[in-house]
Write a protein that binds this ligand. Structure first.
Ligand code: PMP
Length: 285
């Protein structure tokens, strides 16, 4: 069992996996990506991730040189070669190597990269006790500049927000949209609970439509928890009974302090814990 990298149909050990320094993915962040999980030997929500990948690519005029079915097979094959039964998959499509200069016509062949490796995002204590976050001053991409629905290689403003969090001694940051409404965290969607209702910002709040977010909304509905996609401000988060984040890597993790306001009683709340448990049962099949 070892990390494996697929590049354009060939398989490599991590140390041997190379792409050109002239790749526009590196030079200009010109490309798209996905992050997926392997649970119990199965790739979780693979079709949904592949659909988002192709939608992101279409939005930036990037033609992926293989069909979604071939991409799915390449993911399965990379996982098989890694022999991981639990792990993480990073799928990256770059515009490819070209001459210097922004224009995509300078590049020839998009590069398809699939990395299978292990991942553990946060130490267990944060799942038990919850995270403290701050609101970043860096806002999420304005949708008319670059839609946050596109999972592009342009993550710099999320990285800036992450740096703000780290300078404030936190692991994550809440990001607002250009209207000052809550959008999401730097690599996770956000949920709050108020009076037994589960609320999360809608797509047009400028979020990535998270796969985990979808799963959690489904699980909550099945469990009879009223769910709403609703525009919210920081005030709604401050006065929430519970708050948590969702993402492929982080899964479901409680947030217990936001901008130095304790959320609820300062511990991951009952609905957070219930949904975390339902999510774990769901991923374990
Ligand atoms: N928002 C952003 C900005 C992300 O990068 C991610 C992915 N890590 C998410 C939300 C969560 O999406 P998913 O549940 O599909 O991983």
């Amino acid at each position: 069992m070892s990390a494996k990298v697929y590049i354009n149909g060939k398989f490599f050990a991590p140390d041997e996996a190379m792409i050109s320094v002239f790749d526009h993915g590196l030079l200009y962040g010109d490309g798209v990506f996905e992050g997926l999980r392997i649970y119990n030997g199965k790739i979780f929500r693979l079709e949904q991730h592949i659909r988002r990948l192709y939608d992101s690519a279409k939005a930036i005029y990037l033609e992926i040189p293989m069909s979604p079915a071939e991409m799915i097979e390449a993911c399965h094959e990379t996982v098989r070669q890694s022999e991981f039964t639990d792990g993480y998959i990073r799928l990256v499509i770059t515009r490819g190597a070209g001459t210097l200069g922004l224009g995509p016509e300078r590049t020839k062949d998009p590069q398809t990269i699939i990395i299978v490796d292990k991942i553990k995002l946060y130490p267990q204590e944060f799942y038990d006790n919850g995270l403290e976050i701050i609101t970043a001053s860096t806002i999420r991409n304005h949708p008319t500049a670059l839609s946050p629905r596109i999972k592009s290689l342009n993550y710099l403003n999320n990285i800036m927000a992450k740096i703000e969090a780290s300078k404030a001694g936190c692991l994550e940051a809440l990001m607002l949209n250009h209207k000052g409404e809550v959008s999401e965290c730097t690599a996770d969607n956000i949920f709050i609970v108020r009076d037994g209702k589960l609320l999360t910002p809608p797509t047009d709040a400028g979020i990535l439509e998270g796969v985990t977010r979808d799963v959690v909304l489904e699980l909550a509905r099945e469990a009879g928890i009223p769910t709403f996609e609703k525009t919210m401000t920081r005030y709604d988060v401050y006065v929430a009974d519970e708050c948590f984040m969702t993402g492929t890597a982080a899964e479901v993790i409680g947030v217990v302090k936001v901008d130095d306001r304790k959320i609820g009683d300062g511990k991951p709340g009952p609905i957070t814990r219930k949904l975390k448990e339902l999510f774990e049962q769901h991923t374990m099949g």
